[in-house]
Design a protein around this ligand. Structure first.
Ligand code: NAD
Length: 428
């Protein structure tokens, strides 16, 4: 904190917020970085922050303005990479933290990227399709100055999907004067998207879930799984666990919580969500009125796959799962991490558990550059191998150094990032 100003810099603010959580995680890894610790400040400062005004003409003729961001946290190991989120609660602190977690994640699974993230503070459900397209295009044009296939490559995140990526790719291409499919990943297959990308994050959660369950001597068949968030990540993870014989005993989304001791029919629930926009009023389970009770549901595996800071000091004590797989980014606060450690819960951290999405995004980007596309089997095999290797490496560090899997993943990743920083040296 500056001694000259009364207001602390937003970079060093540690009030409860995603960026404060990230700074605390960096503090926890710093004692394990040896001589590289002298570079650690570089991880506490985003390289570049762009805040943009996104004005659109609404269907009724009025003008609306939205606040947009693109943050490039670190590019020591390669171009920036990370999703774009459309949500009413998006803040600079959130986007900074999400960009930093991308730096750590990309290094943890060893894909040649730095970390970046973007977002618009908007509830996209309040926009028509035309308004959504105009907002996406204007945002893309505004951040056009810092993105590009070799500079920073956006991808889907909360409330963004293949269609949004198609509009982003088209807008960037129109501005460049030529088609640039490698500027975003998570595109439709017809535009250079990759087979397997849609399911990749949920599949990665499932793969590391199987590895972690095996370490704990837990069978997936018959395991009871509770999932928060039933979108891209949570929905696919639910399907894969269910196909492997697990019972999905609870699902919570933005609207409500649905429980069933016998296990929810995931395909039927998916069809219901596609038709109705949420799990509310699903006939194949009971609705739980108190949202907070979700955390106390009797289960073996818990998958937070919605937003950050969901598992806190307030509810961590109630959790009955042995294993937590962080599908979401930043769902657990450091205080909750300590409570879970004391209870003996294994937490597979976001930077490993949900890295399947960026891993297949990397495959998509490579395929776009070479204009040579791989089969889905090949993609899933490579994805599974990378996820298993990353999990094994992190598990080993955790055992050797007697630290949590999160600190172990940060040791692996931050060492790679700071080694790159040191080798490159400071410019000029
Ligand atoms: P999505 O928009 O497809 O789904 C989000 C889900 O969360 C929806 O079911 C929504 O109803 C639910 N949700 C929203 N607010 C909630 C609340 N307050 N309580 C409970 N549920 C709520 O988003 P997604 O792509 O599945 O992303 C989910 C999480 O996974 C985010 O943290 C995201 O950053 C992370 N993630 C996504 C990817 C990816 O490839 N999509 C990759 C890595 C990490």
């Amino acid at each position: 904190m500056s001694t000259q100003h009364e207001i602390p810099s937003y970079l060093t603010q540690r009030e409860i917020g995603p960026w404060g959580v990230y700074l605390e995680q960096i503090d926890r890894v710093t004692p394990h970085l040896g001589a590289l610790a002298r570079w650690v400040e570089t991880l506490k400062r985003p390289k570049r922050i762009l805040m943009v005004d996104v004005p659109i003409e609404r269907d009724d003729g009025t003008i609306a303005h939205f606040e947009g961001y693109r943050v490039q946290h670190n590019t020591s190991r390669g171009p920036g990479k990370g999703g774009v989120r459309f949500h009413q609660d998006v803040t600079l602190s959130e986007v900074m933290a999400l960009s930093a977690w991308m730096t750590v994640k990309n290094a943890a699974v060893n894909v040649p990227y730095g970390g970046a993230k973007g977002g618009i503070r908007v509830d996209p459900r309040t926009l028509s399709r035309g308004e959504l397209m105009r907002m996406t295009r204007r945002y893309t044009s505004e951040i056009n100055i810092i993105i590009g296939p070799n500079k920073d490559i956006p991808a889907p995140d909360v409330n963004t999907n293949e269609q949004i990526m198609a509009w982003m790719m088209d807008t960037y291409s129109m501005n460049q004067g030529s088609t640039a499919s490698g500027v975003v990943t998570g595109k439709p297959i017809s535009l250079g998207g990759s087979l397997g990308r849609h399911d990749a994050t949920g599949r990665g959660v499932f793969v590391v879930g199987c590895e972690a369950a095996a370490k704990r001597g837990m069978e997936i068949k018959g395991a009871r799984v509770a999932i928060q968030g039933f979108g891209n990540v949570g929905g696919v993870a639910a399907r894969l666990f269910s196909e492997a014989g697990a019972r999905i005993v609870a699902v919570q989304d933005h609207a409500t919580t649905i429980v069933s001791e016998r296990g929810l029919d995931v395909a039927a629930l998916q069809a219901h969500v596609t038709a109705n926009g949420s799990v509310a009023a699903f006939a194949g389970g009971e609705q739980m009125d108190d949202r907070g009770q979700f955390w106390g549901v009797d289960c073996d595996i818990l998958v937070p796959a919605a937003l950050e800071q969901q598992i806190t000091e307030v509810n961590a004590g109630k959790i009955r799962a042995e294993l937590i797989l962080e599908g979401a980014n930043g769902p657990t606060t450091p205080g909750a991490d300590d409570i879970l450690r004391d209870k003996g819960v294994t937490v597979v951290p976001d930077v490993i558990a949900n890295a399947g999405g960026v891993t297949v995004s990397y495959f998509e980007w490579v395929q776009d550059f070479s204009s040579f596309f791989w089969s889905e089997d090949e993609i899933n095999l490579r994805l599974t191998r990378i996820m298993r290797e990353a999990f094994a490496a992190v598990w080993q560090i955790a055992e050797d150094k007697k630290v949590s899997l999160r600190t172990a993943a940060f040791i692996l990743a931050c060492t790679r990032v700071l080694q790159a920083r040191e080798m490159r040296g400071l410019y000029p």
